[in-house]
Design a protein around this ligand. Sequence first.
Ligand code: AHR
Length: 551
Amino acid sequence: MNCFPLIRVFLFFYCIFAAREEIIYLNKIKTNMKKAFLGAALLATLPMWAQQKATVTVHPEQGKEIISKHIYGQFAEHLGTCIYGGLWVGEDSSIPNTNGYRNDVLNALRSLQIPNLRWPGGCFADEYHWMDGIGPKENRPRMVNNNWGGTVEDNSFGTHEFLNLCELLGCEPYVSMNVGSGTVQETAQWVEYMTAEDGPMAKLRKQNGREKPWKVKFIGVGNESWGCGGNMRPEYYADLYRRYQTYCREYNGNRLFKIASGASDYDYNWTEVLMKNAAGQMQGLSLHYYTCAGWTGSKGSATQFDDAQYYWALGKCLEIEEVIQKHIAIMDKYDKRKRVALMLDEWGTWWDEEPGTIRGHLYQQNTMRDAFVAALSLNVFHKYTDRLKMTNIAQIANVLQSMILTKGDKMVLTPTYHVFDMYKVHQEATHLPLTLNCEVMSARSDYFGRQEGERKLPMLSATASRGKDGVIHISLANVSLKETSEIELSLDNIKVKDVTGTILTSKNVEDCNTFEKPDLVKPEPFKGAKVSKGALKVKLPAMSIVILEVK
Ligand code: AHR
C-alpha cells in the first residue's frame, strides 16, 4: 500500500457503498451505462490496494569498485547426477555430445559466461584421489562415494575431463585438494601434473595425451575441514593449511591463488583463527552459507510452500549480508589492505530432496522462490566486491539450487539459470551504489520451529552497475507476492534518455520448469519502465525480477 491508507480505506468503503446503491438502483433500471460505471469505479479503486511506492536513487559518480566476475562462479561436485548425466555422458552416449560432454548443457552454460568452475567437491574432494581419475578409462579404479548415497564412482570423469571442460566453457578451473584423507605428496603432484611443463608429473600427463599444461589458478586446500573434510579444530587446520599450501608450487609462471577452507555460516571463530595464524600464506579464505532451515529434520519442500515459508526463506537468504559483514570485519582486523579475498564458494537453497529420487543425491526442483534467492543474494554480493571476490552457487546441474536439470536426453533451464543469464551484464562492471526506500515487512521467524527473532524483509531489492561500454544496468526484484511496486528511479545528475528491460515472473511463486513444461518460467521483454523528465517510473509487478538497460 502507498502512503495514503486512510484515503484508500475511505475510497474502498465508498465503492462498496456505491456498489450496493448501484445494484439496488440497477435492479430498477438496468442500463448498460450504469453497469459500466460501477465496474470502472471498482476497477479503478481495487488496484490501489495492491501497490507499494518505492524510490531508488542510483549514484553513478560514487561507483569505484569493479564487480569481480568470479562472483558468478559455479560448482560441480561428484554428487548425484551433477557430473554423470548432467555434464558428462561419455563419448559413446546416444545423447548428442562433444567428446562426452552433453551439447545441450554445453550450449546453455556457454551462454551464461561462467567465470570459474569449482570441482571435484565439496565433501567428495576430501575422499578423492586424483590419480584414480587419469589414464585409460578401463584401468581406472572404482570407488564408493561415501558422502553421497554410496554410489559407485567409476572415475571416468577425472582431471583431463574437468580441465578440458573448463577450456570448452572458457572458464577458470578451481580445483579442491584432498586434505582430509589425502597426502601432501598427492596435493603437490596434482598441481605439478596440471601445470608443469616438465618433470615426472608432466611426463605422466603427456603420456595420458595432454602435451601442454593447463592454466590453473584457483586451488582450494581442503573443504569444510571443520566437518566432512576432517572434523578438525581451526588451530589444527590452520597448521595443516600452512603445510599443504607450501608444496603447491608455481610452475612455469603459473600463478596460484591459494584458498583456505573457511567457516560455515556463523562460525566467526574459524575465520578469526585462520586469519590470525595463516593469513600470510593464503590469497583467499572461503565461507559457506546455505538458505535452508537447519541441518536436522525437514528442510521443507522445494515446490510446495506457503506464503510464510516463502518470506521466511527470503529473510534467511538476506541474512547472508550480516554474516558476510561479520566475517569481513574479522578479516579487516588482520588484513587492513584487503589482500586476502573472501570466497563464498558454496551458497544457495537447500530443500528436501525431490520425492522419488535417490537419497543422498540432493536433487531438487527450482521455483520462482529460488530465482529470488539468486537475485537477492547477487544484489548483496555486489556491495562487498572489494573483499568478496568469488562466490560459487551450489551446484551447476541436478544438485541443490542448480542452473540446469536433466533427465535422459532432456534438459530444462531453471528460474535460477535465467537470473544468472539476466545478471551476467554485471560481471566486471563498476558497481554503482544506490539508495533505496521501500516497505519492509516482518517475516515470520519461527516457521520451521526455530526461534530466530524477527527478520525484516524489504519488499524491494536492487543493484546497479556501469559496464565498460558505459551502459548502466539496474536489477530490481519485487518480492511481494501480491503488490505491484511503483518505483521512482533516478540517477543523480544523469538524465535518462532511453530504457529497455527484461522481466522474470510467473503466475505462481511455486512455478518451476519441468520436462513437460520447460518454458513455464522464462524471461520476457519488460515494458513497465517509462522515461519521465530524465528519470524513470517503473511499475514492477508483484513477484518479479527485472533488469533495466539505461542509456
Ligand atoms: O553442496 C553440497 C555439500 O554441501 C558439499 O559437498 C559440502 O561442502 C557442503 O556441505
